[in-house]
Write a protein of this length. Structure first.
Length: 361
């Protein structure tokens, strides 16, 4: 029967796996990482809090897509909390942690990152379903959206707790990984491959969305007198989609590949030298999400600016701010009556027609 090491401190596991980067988290290098991380965390807290507050305050955002957007902001907010906890329990402090404390540190990170990833996938599927049915808004009820949000967090919490529940190497010391000294290598392979598969699915979904809208726009534009803004609609959509995909690829893929290599017990890959930077890179995705999914929406940005400036605008200004080039298509106060064709014909896929449209009409 294998011996278990629940009562050991982390120095026992770090020394056994020869994780030399624990001792390197000192001096100027540690200060630089902490300053970089602190700036990230402050931005995550502020920006994601504004996103959540904007969705709650502005009734124009009381639709499934924006509820999921607020939930994504909540997941990214948790990522900031997880990283703050990590900053106070890293470097030389890592060796002094108990097993339970180390599980909590990593569990917070795994939960927050999984919640962000699953939420992004749900948003992609929701957009795909609505656009393929040629509707601006999906038919999801508040109950279904609530169920989806609860499911997202249930999956995230479960994934963060799996190593604590038993999939670890405390009773099989030979199966311990190098990057996560009490995680089983088989779990790292499972977790990284699963996330890469989800990433691939999300890429496919967004590519289908872009190809469908571009094809539909090209077909309908040949039957309408399109303005400059209408011709730019596919380009704007492509830029948004490519920004989402590019940010996710850059921020997540390197870390997932490193975890996969560690799970496969690659001893000559030099993963110890890059793990902290890839962790920061993954955290960067939580910084970019509010920018990609919110600040590109004029109405969202205007709502957040009003909250920051603590000033109210008159009705005419609100009417002008209703020009909303949404992150995927556009906004509408009608939940069922508008279709993509109508939006293209009227020049409202990414906002109302410009002055040139008014002149042509």
């Amino acid at each position: 029967m294998n011996e278990c090491y629940y009562d050991k401190r982390m120095d026992f596991f770090y020394n056994r796996t020869k994780a030399d980067t624990v001792d390197e988290w000192t001096g100027a290098q540690l200060i630089g990482v902490l300053c970089f991380g602190t700036f990230f965390c402050l931005f995550i807290f502020i920006s994601n809090s504004l996103v959540i507050a904007a969705v709650v305050k502005n009734k124009r955002f009381h639709f499934p897509f924006y509820y999921l957007l607020a939930n994504l902001a909540a997941a990214d907010f948790l990522a900031g909390i997880a990283y703050v906890f990590l900053m106070f329990h890293t470097g030389p402090r890592s060796k002094k942690l108990t097993v339970d404390r180390w599980f909590l540190r990593q569990g917070l990170l795994d939960t927050s990152l999984t919640a962000s990833l699953v939420n992004l996938l749900v948003i992609a599927v929701e957009r795909h379903m609505s656009i393929m049915r040629m509707k601006i808004h999906s038919n999801l009820t508040k109950k279904r959206v609530t169920f989806l949000i609860i499911s997202i967090w249930a999956i995230a919490i479960f994934m963060g707790a799996v190593p604590t529940l038993g999939w670890n190497c405390l009773c099989d010391i030979t199966a311990c990984s190098s990057l996560a000294p009490i995680y089983s290598r088989s779990y790292l392979v499972f977790w990284s491959v699963l996330n890469l598969v989800v990433f691939f699915i999300m890429v496919v979904v967004y590519i289908r969305i872009y190809m469908y809208v571009q094809r539909k726009t090209n077909v309908l534009s040949s039957h309408t007198s399109g303005s400059i803004s209408r011709r730019r609609t596919p380009v704007k959509l492509m830029k948004t989609v490519m920004t989402v995909l590019g940010a996710f690829v850059v921020c997540w893929t390197p870390g997932l590949v490193v975890l996969l290599l560690d799970g496969l017990n690659c001893t000559d890959c030099g993963i110890q030298n890059v793990k902290r930077w890839f962790l920061l890179l993954a955290l960067l995705n939580s910084v970019m999400n509010p920018i990609i999914y919110s600040y590109k929406d004029d109405e969202m940005w205007a709502t957040m600016k009003r909250m920051i400036c603590c000033s109210s605008e008159d009705k005419s200004q609100e009417r002008r701010s209703s020009r909303i080039p949404s992150t995927v298509l556009c906004r509408s106060t009608d939940t069922s009556g508008h279709y993509i064709e109508d939006g293209i014909i009227q020049g409202t896929i990414c906002g109302k027609g410009d002055l040139g449209d008014k002149g042509n009409s």
